[in-house]
Design a protein around this ligand. Sequence first.
Ligand code: FMN
Length: 399
Amino acid sequence: MLSPDNAPLLFQPFTQRGLIAKNRIVVAPMCQYASDDGAPVDWHLVHMGRLAMGGAGISFVEESAVEARGRKTYRCSGLWKSEQVPAWRRVTDMIRSFGSVPAIQLGHSGRKGSCHGAMQDWAPLSAENTRPDEPPWPALAPSPIPDSPAHPLPHVMDRDDIDTVVAAFARSAVLSREAGFNLIEIHGAHGYLIHQFLSPLSNQREDGYGGCRNNRMRFTLEVAEAVRAVWPDDLPLWWRASCVDGLGGAWDLDDTVELALALKCRGIDMIDCSSGGISGNTAMPAVPRTPGYQVGFSDTIRRKAGIATCAVGEITEPKLAETILQQGQADVIALARELMLDANWPARAARQLGIETWWDVLPPAYAHRLERREQVRALYAERDDADMDEQDRLLIESS
Ligand SMILES: Cc1cc2nc3c(=O)[nH]c(=O)nc-3n(C[C@H](O)[C@H](O)[C@H](O)COP(=O)(O)O)c2cc1C
């Protein structure tokens, strides 16, 4: 068995409020564009099944919209009505059965809604390029500024729209609990609705939700308060932030530190440190996509805001993941694309980090046979086939 006390930090349990994850590896949320009216389908069972089975302590399902118009595409996941709960329950039961914490990311696309999926580069829906039963819908935004020149003008949210969306986040949190999730992350990054309110490039309102930074943070903080009010006290609430806007952006790391402090006061337990999603014409550079490219953000926010952080982005080498934790730059490590390539990355990481019984990261049926294989390999490393005794033969036969 793994012995938590001597294990590398990556394999030590992570505790927050009443939640205990068996290790510090997190499956990052990954949109699949495969849902049926917001509800997960068989694809999600297989997709999340292989990820949870691979041994991560926490398994996030993809960004799920808190209302139908908050999806990016008709195939995006969502959790805005009770009819969607049973399908999600199958997913959470399955994740939990592998000893991983079922987690959901809740979000709203705002002006990035009404699009095709990733494989069509999120091209906006138009009467010409979509099915008659899946017409374009008016996307919401803080200001009448489209995401790109290709996007139609969004509908500017009035006070009622703001209240409706804040309430939708809270309702979705309640449904998340009913569906068996033990952790929620609110998607405040990547140029979606919450981020659109934060960045002065997309928010040019003249009411209490625009202008100075505190005003631009108002919608974000209302969402945080509304969700925290309905989410159990003994369960953590995470926040994904774009720590800086994209190329030519305006929202910067100092802004995110202030935001993290404000979120911490409202019961947010973790900042998941991402970046990008809104671009403009300022001198702000793009973040280079090199290994661990967002770890610096995580480090700064953790130190300056005194809040737990999740590092994500091109962290593919187990030693890099362990070093980030050892150096106190993050509390947990999230991976996305590398897990698509190798869902058993946690087992590989355990082996590379020197955990003797690395196979125990995997489910018992796998671990048992992998352990036997290691024993047989050790046997052959010691002696020739001709020198095997009866006990050796039994072991070889059973491997
Ligand atoms: C297929 C795919 C779907 C993604 N969907 C989401 C999502 O739903 N929510 C989100 O915040 N980030 C999403 N991301 C970003 C990842 O969570 C992650 O932050 C990013 O890929 C960087 O991590 P990586 O280098 O380990 O892939 C997605 C990434 C991929 C590859």
